[in-house]
Design a protein around this ligand. Structure first.
Ligand code: NAD
Length: 488
């Protein structure tokens, strides 16, 4: 079994209290982690604050070299990290190998190279002045991540924060700290200066996270998680006017027009809903099918979903793993019960699979309800599981109306072969990331984030580095030979 301390100031610290991290597919312990105390939080923030001036003063090129070295180390440990991520999340190893680890590497490589793009600009102003702006790092970034994509979501914060010259204290979700801790081992191996990257772990969801957010020496909070926690984080940040960016929940519409490429759309619909067992903020859980192909598409979707291979997440043939926890299982069951009560029609799943191989995990079958109305709970609230609500619509206006009817606005999928319709829809749907004829693509260079209660701030891309991890300072220099006294 693996064992970890807290990673603070370049050192591993043991704590008197420890806790076990378990594999959700078997409920067996896979690692033992340290439980941080209030004093540890303060020590980690102080270590990050102490490391900041030297790290910020280094050139972009030098910081980029460290990020590149991290990317290379991730490549070397690809298989081991993929297995560990699979064991702590319960997600199929196949998808972690295809998405999470490559996307993490790509983020470190991308941000290693874009430092010079963060230079400021000169601004002509009336009079004889040289006026220019510079981008300066913020200081200590507190990063807080959820359990569904632990390493990739951590990298979305760590890579741009470090590239811009900030230092980081990260608090992963209590149940999935392992790859984030392994990243600390990687930073150690590549010689990242002590205090630039720190990791705090804790078995309770809110204790360390909230103390970290309220710490007066934290300059920025980068949070991914639920909308409810996001609201609490804004309150914790308020007294110190700490900068905040929030990547929160979603309830994405997956809009299928009758003129779509049927087979490709079907493949994307499966990916949009059953990747990570639907435990994705971008899950296309509102499946909107245009009336002329409604029954045909629904039947084909159900048929394909019924054939997904459920099982041991570490088996490379597995396509659908386990839910992450008992709490997730309870939540999914709750929404399934509500959907039944509110009159939706169950057309697939709706229960836990039977069989000895499923006995110890939190397995739940891919589930599809048809006849869902836009006002039903299943059409409005985030389930964060493999439960799809299928609706029908007629034409663009109705699709837009349903798509925009929820309080979230993170992602949307639009499937049509009519380019004009696709563009009109992409502009009318209120979602921070809109995919047309594709889904769940996350290139490191493309900004990603939500409208409405899905949060604010954009991760990935140059804009993220500029807006989330630097402040603009303007400098104005009088170069006139004459003194112009504009006050007296
Ligand atoms: P969560 O909000 O319960 O927890 C997220 C993180 O916040 C965890 O590390 C948790 O320990 C910590 N936390 C909890 N309470 C806190 C508090 N009061 N102060 C500080 N930290 C606190 O979310 P979750 O259940 O881990 O993740 C699922 C949610 O995350 C879903 O709503 C999902 O949509 C969202 N999510 C969003 C994105 C995105 O990019 N927008 C990506 C993945 C997940």
């Amino acid at each position: 079994m693996r064992s970890y301390g807290l990673y603070i100031g370049g050192q591993w610290h043991e704590t008197p209290s420890r806790y076990e991290v378990r594999n959700p597919a078997t409920q067996e312990p896979i690692a033992e982690c340290a439980a941080a105390t209030e004093a540890d939080i303060d020590r980690a923030v102080r270590a990050a604050a102490q490391a900041f001036p030297d790290w910020a003063a280094r050139s972009y090129e030098e910081r980029g070299e460290f990020l590149r070295a991290i990317a290379n180390a991730l490549k070397e440990r690809f298989d081991e990290l993929a297995l560990l991520e699979c064991q702590e999340t319960g997600r199929p190893i196949k998808e972690i190998q295809a998405h999470d680890i490559p996307a993490t590497i790509s983020l470190f490589e991308y941000f290693a190279g874009i430092g010079p793009a963060t230079m400021g600009e000169t601004i002509p102003v009336p009079g004889e002045y040289l006026t220019y702006t510079r981008r300066e790092p913020l200081g200590v970034v507190a990063a807080i991540t959820p359990w569904n994509f632990p390493l990739w979501l951590a990298a979305l914060k760590i890579a741009p924060a470090l590239a811009a010259g900030n230092t980081v204290v990260i608090k992963p979700a209590p149940t999935t700290p392992l790859t984030t801790l392994e990243l600390a081992r990687i930073t150690e191996a590549v010689g990242l200066p002590p205090g630039v990257y720190n990791v705090l772990t804790d078995p309770t969801p809110a204790t360390v996270g909230s103390a970290l957010c309220a710490h007066p020496s934290v300059n920025k909070i980068a949070f991914t998680g639920s909308t409810a926690t996001g609201a609490k984080i804004m309150q914790l940040a308020a007294p110190n006017i700490t900068r905040v960016s929030l990547e929160l929940g979603g309830k994405a519409p997956f809009i299928v027009f009758a003129d779509c490429d049927f087979d490709r759309t079907l493949a994307h619909a499966l990916l949009a809903n059953f990747f990570a067992q639907g435990q994705m903020c971008t899950a296309g859980a509102r499946l909107l099918i245009e009336r002329p192909i409604y029954q045909k598409f629904l039947d084909a979707f159900v048929e394909r979903a019924s054939k997904l291979k459920i099982g041991d997440p570490s088996d490379p043939m597995t396509e659908f793993g386990t839910l992450h926890s008992q709490a997730q299982l309870d939540k999914v069951k709750h929404y399934v019960k509500l959907a039944h009560e509110q009159g939706a029609r169950l057309v697939l799943g709706g229960k836990q699979p039977t069989g000895s191989e499923f006995a110890r995990g939190f397995f739940f079958e891919p589930t599809v309800f048809s006849g869902v109305q836009p006002t039903m709970t299943l059409a409005c609230e985030e389930v964060f599981g493999p439960v799809v609500g299928v609706m029908t619509f007629e034409g663009e206006d109705e699709a837009v109306k349903i798509a925009n009817s929820v309080e979230y606005g993170l992602a949307a999928g639009i499937f049509t072969q009519d380019i004009s319709k696709a563009l009109r829809m992409a502009h009318r749907v209120k979602a921070g990331r809109t995919w047309v004829n594709c889904y769940n693509m996350h290139p490191a260079a493309v900004p990603y984030g939500g409208f409405k209660k899905s949060g604010f701030g954009r991760e990935a891309g140059l804009q993220c580095l500029l807006d989330l991890y630097t402040e603009i300072k303007s400098v104005q220099i009088d170069i006139s030979p004459d003194f112009f006294d504009w006050f007296m």
